[in-house]
Design a protein around this ligand. Sequence first.
Ligand code: ZN
Length: 304
Amino acid sequence: MIKLDIVSGFLGCGKTTFIKKMLENIKDENIVIIENEFGEIGIDGELIKKEGLEVLELQNGCICCSIKMNFRDTLIKAINKLKPDRVIIEPTGIGLLSEIITMVESLNLEDTIKFNSIITIVDGINYFDYYDNFGDFYEDQIKNALTIMISKSELIDKKNIEDIIKSLKNINKNAYIIHENWEDISFSKLFKIIDMANSDLIQGLEAIDKKYISDNMKNIESVSVNPLKEYNIADLEKILSILSKNNLGKIIRCKGFVNIDNGVVEVNYINGNYTIKECNINTISKLCIIGVKLNKKDILNLFK
Ligand SMILES: [Zn+2]
């Protein structure tokens, strides 16, 4: 029986970081990862790729809607050709979890592949901001999870964490909620617990009525940039700080790699906060920017 894990969560919550932890802690299994990116370029795949690991990348669309059939075919092919022990799916941050679960169930492959864990990661720092702005959609990811992880909890105070847990329990009273600082968690233990998550729990799948998806959600779009020139850190910080003013649209996420004078840096921008760190990945400069009502032309001009 192939184990299936879905790691869902809104833009920038830490899905890729979490999957890296999974990969470090799950030994002796043949794992296939299906990596879905909303933008037309792949970033997360680059961060995960390593010897002996199959990473199947689906770009330029969302596996819960626009490239549903592509996802279906990829999953079936992965099962039949690669014969994995485990498939891990990382949907885009704006995928409806209920749709993805329904799609997998519709394949009638319950003799071959079994839901092992359905995890939703919520961003501790931006929880209430996203909830207010993307309500129904955000709830869908929370409602349909078996395990909910609060990320970045080391950066917020205790009262705030309690409020988030209260809110999560209102939306999904059955999920196993983990709020500890990820640095303090024994992931090898955690995955043993999550591994026992019972797929019967999925019976209560609660899909949302799509007509209620907020306009904010419908207006999320992406723009891809291939910055041609070499930057220095100061230039790059200037661009990110311009983006954070939200004059060019509400920028929720910007991620990718940029060439600087002496190497490559990894850029991570999440709802106004950003980090730039050195990285040793051999890649071309590429950035994916996701947000609401983007002024794409002016954004592209920033990088000229
Ligand atoms: Zn979708």
